[in-house]
Design a protein around this ligand. Structure first.
Ligand SMILES: [Ca+2]
Length: 334
């Protein structure tokens, strides 16, 4: 009748019966079952039972301490989690509550600017001002004498291209085209085209941080590109006080920040290249009065930085002037 544990079938039954324990060093299950008259044997069994039931006090304490130790660890874990949460919450709140600085612009110099130049990209490199212009059939890349606005050298783009942002990378000038998905590469001395890259989506502004090219496309995302392959290295979402900032247009890397003017707005965002957070806004309202603008599309669109003399230049589409400006703190925004 008994299957599990029966002597002859033990191995087989252990596999079939989960309740079968490991092989014990067994004593008779019932001392009474021992052949009755052997008193010494009974006494030995009784002593063993007593030993088995009489656990050393040290072991008892250890077992009683287990729940306390578990409780202590649980409390410590809870406090650690609460502490971490509090620190993270504080950092988040500080980040949220630190508004960008507002700068006003003090005009240092005013230079002439070609009113036929639909400015899309501006760069100052080793004493030379480079400008890229847009519009189908009118797009150009040019070198300009800063002080007079005189065009020193110029190439016209194929009429199928709408020129956009430019940057100088090593001995080359790279110029984006709006929706053509093509970046044109020129020798920066001769302005002869000697290469091209392709990219997905639109091309608006272009600059670099000394390591990667940085490109805007009218959205709130900047793309960091390998300058030798144009492959996307990373993307940066630009936000100000929790809100995404769209229409990022002409770019310039200034110090350790990315400057981006916002399409159809007279202000420049100063962006952390690490976090994408706007750390400051440059207010340029009134820099060029409306009566000096040829039409509604004559908007701010051109930032260049002379890193050697630490001069900052701005202009716009068909603006008659190019401004050298100095930043001064206006107020903390609310
Ligand atoms: Ca620029």
């Amino acid at each position: 009748m008994e299957v599990c544990g029966s002597k002859d079938s033990r191995t087989e039954s252990r596999e079939r019966c989960p309740s079968v324990p490991d092989e014990p060093a067994r004593e008779p299950a019932n001392a009474d079952a021992i052949d009755g008259s052997d008193g010494d044997r009974r006494a030995e069994i009784a002593m063993k039972r007593a030993k088995r039931n009489d656990k050393p006090a040290q072991n008892v304490e250890r077992e009683e301490a287990k729940p306390m130790r578990k409780h202590w660890w649980r409390s410590l874990t809870v406090w650690c989690l609460m502490g971490t949460g509090a620190v993270a919450g504080t950092l988040w709140a500080l980040n949220r509550e630190t508004p960008p600085v507002i700068y006003d612009a003090e005009v240092v110099n005013v230079f002439p600017h070609d009113t036929s130049a639909y400015s899309q990209g501006l760069v100052f490199d080793n004493g030379t001002l480079y400008e890229g212009t847009g519009q189908y059939g009118e797009s150009t890349l040019r070198k300009v004498r800063l002080e007079t606005g005189e065009v020193l050298q110029m190439v016209k783009l194929n009429q199928k291209y709408f020129g956009e942002g430019i940057t100088v990378w090593e001995d080359r000038v790279i110029q984006l085209t709006w929706v053509n998905g093509v970046a044109l590469v020129y020798d920066k001395t001769s302005l002869k085209q000697n290469g091209r890259f392709s990219y997905s989506g639109q091309g608006w502004g272009l600059t670099h941080d000394g390591r990667n090219l940085i490109m805007s496309d009218g959205s709130s995302t900047l793309r960091f590109l390998n300058p030798r392959t144009f492959d996307v290295v990373r993307r940066l979402q630009v936000r100000s006080e929790g809100r995404r900032i769209r229409d990022l247009n002409e770019l310039e890397y200034v110090g350790d920040q990315i400057f981006a003017n916002i399409w159809h707005q007279d202000r420049i965002a100063c962006i952390s290249p690490q976090s994408g957070e706007v750390t400051a806004w440059i207010n340029l309202e009134g820099l060029l009065p409306d009566q000096e603008r040829v039409d509604a599309e004559a908007v701010l669109n051109g930032i260049a930085y002379d890193s050697q003399a630490r001069r900052l230049f701005v202009t716009g589409k068909n603006w008659p002037k190019l401004f050298e400006i100095r930043l001064k703190t206006h107020r903390e925004s609310n």
